[in-house]
Design a protein around this ligand. Structure first.
Ligand code: AMP
Length: 174
């Protein structure tokens, strides 16, 4: 199983991407390394503890990569939370604030049954706006959100406080 130091060594810091002042955490070297990729999926899957998860929910787009693998390990279904206009069926929508303006995420209205146990997964927790919008969508579907798990947390941005969920996990904290 990889350690946090192994993952840290692989993650590439890209200054000023996608715009000036952002230090982008590039996780593609983790995806490209078979041991780090499989290990990160297994570590994220462990954040469910002993609870039988019905659905792993991934956030568009890097969250899909991790959530799908975690769902496979846990024997759970996979559910995408997507940017507006991508899902073909009836959706619930939630707007959230970006640095400038706002964006909208959606989930299929029938993706989760009331009371189903859900693990929410994304690659990175920054300000928490995206994951908070996903949590609101899941609550609108009466999902039982067991935990919210990230590969990376940028702790100085205090996204954890925005989410306000009792079980927030990150494999790596900066
Ligand atoms: P936020 O809503 O601010 O928590 O932003 C989270 C989303 O934006 C995640 O899905 C990340 O993929 C992406 N993101 C935000 N900041 C960064 C960063 N510094 N490096 C890589 N991805 C980021």
């Amino acid at each position: 199983m990889p350690t946090a130091a192994d993952l840290d060594a692989a993650i590439r810091d890209v200054p000023d991407f996608p715009k000036p002042g952002i230090l982008f955490k590039d996780i593609t070297p983790v995806l490209g390394d078979p041991d780090l990729f499989r290990g990160s999926l297994e570590l994220l899957a462990e954040t469910a503890g002993d609870i039988k998860i019905d659905k792993v929910v991934g956030i568009d787009a890097r969250g899909f990569i991790f959530a799908a693998g975690v769902a496979h390990i846990l024997g759970a279904g996979f559910v995408p939370v997507r940017k507006k206009g991508k899902l073909p069926w009836t959706t619930h929508q939630m707007a959230y604030s970006l640095e400038y303006g706002e964006d909208v995420v959606e989930i299929h209205a029938d993706a989760i049954q009331p009371g189903e146990k859900v693990l929410l997964v994304d690659d990175l927790l920054a300000t928490g706006g995206t994951a908070a919008a996903a949590i609101k969508l899941l609550k609108a579907l009466d999902a039982d959100i067991v935990a919210v798990s990230f590969l990376i947390e940028l702790a100085s941005l205090k996204g954890r406080e925005v989410l306000g969920h009792p079980q927030i996990n990150a494999l790596l904290t900066y």
